[in-house]
Design a protein around this ligand. Structure first.
Ligand SMILES: Cc1cc2nc3c(=O)[nH]c(=O)nc-3n(C[C@H](O)[C@H](O)[C@H](O)COP(=O)(O)O)c2cc1C
Length: 262
């Protein structure tokens, strides 16, 4: 699948097939993509604990992000707990040195002096603050985004899940104190159609993006939009005809309550 198509075909798939196991190699491909994502200072704090429903303990499954997760967590063959390892920040200077060593950062003969005298001390001094939600969560988000596109290209579906009580999950999975779960991601083969009812609504392009000045919307070329439609990055918007019937059929198939939200 082409990248543009994968971006356009990505949805939050909320109905996954609980009976169809996911090949572990496909999860590995997602994690390989996450590993290659960009991290500030190359900190590598973005981590993941993959939970296989088939082999996880009852106690572990019980604490997964319900009430927010609800039926989605119950149906997912795989749940990826994406977390930040704060201790990675303690090695910030080391990671920067590696970047200089491989020729990715800095230039000139004095580059190590500048690294050691200026940049590394700044990163080291800031390391505690950098463990808090902020840039490091963006790193994790980028990793998840890349992993998600790989999942889509591999025919899988995913949905991110929040929780009001990550501490409970962290305890159940024995995460060290230095680790902080940010989001759980359900992964499996979609039980719904690949369109999943169509591309979700977004605020208008012109509302979201500006050019040079806050009162100047970024110019949106109709020709570019047409090109992206051809490449399937921009797809037919929700709600596609037949979506209600599809949802109701899924509800009946999986014996879900008459009304459900998450
Ligand atoms: C960080 C994050 C957390 C989310 N948490 C939930 C959640 O707890 N439950 C849920 O059903 N969807 C959750 N979502 C999915 C969004 O609601 C979804 O992205 C949005 O509805 C847009 O739909 P789309 O992803 O299909 O384009 C989350 C998405 C993100 C990025």
């Amino acid at each position: 699948m082409e990248l543009f198509d994968a971006i356009g075909s990505r949805r939050s798939f909320r109905f996954l097939d609980p009976e169809r196991p996911v090949e572990i190699e496909k999860i590995q491909k997602m994690l390989e993509a996450a590993r290659l994502a960009s991290h500030f200072g190359n900190n590598n704090a973005a981590r993941a604990l993959v939970v296989n429903r088939a082999t996880a303990s009852e106690e572990q499954l019980d604490c997964l992000p319900s009430p927010v997760g609800g039926y989605q967590i119950q149906q997912a063959p795989i749940i990826i707990l994406w977390y930040i390892e704060g201790r990675a920040m303690d090695e910030a200077a080391q990671r920067l040195t590696e970047l200089v060593d491989v020729g990715a950062l800095g230039y000139g003969e004095g580059r190590y002096d500048e690294l050691n005298d200026v940049l590394a001390p700044i990163m080291t001094a800031a390391s505690e603050n950098m463990k808090a939600p902020g840039l490091v969560d963006m790193d994790l988000g980028q990793a998840i985004a890349q992993a998600t596109l790989v999942a889509i290209a591999e025919g899988l579906g995913c949905c991110c899940q929040g929780s009001a009580n990550w501490q409970r999950v962290e305890r159940a999975f024995s995460l060290p104190e230095s680790c902080r779960i940010v989001v759980a991601q359900t992964v499996g083969y979609p039980a719904e159609s690949r369109e999943a009812g169509g591309q979700r609504p977004r605020l208008p392009f012109e509302t979201l993006f500006q050019y040079n000045a806050m009162d100047t919307p970024f110019p949106r070329s109709a020709a570019v939009v047409e090109e992206l439609k051809e490449k399937r990055m921009i797809q037919a918007p929700a709600k596609l005809p037949g979506r209600e019937e599809e949802i109701e059929a899924l509800r009946l198939k999986y014996n879900l309550p008459r009304n459900g939200m998450l």
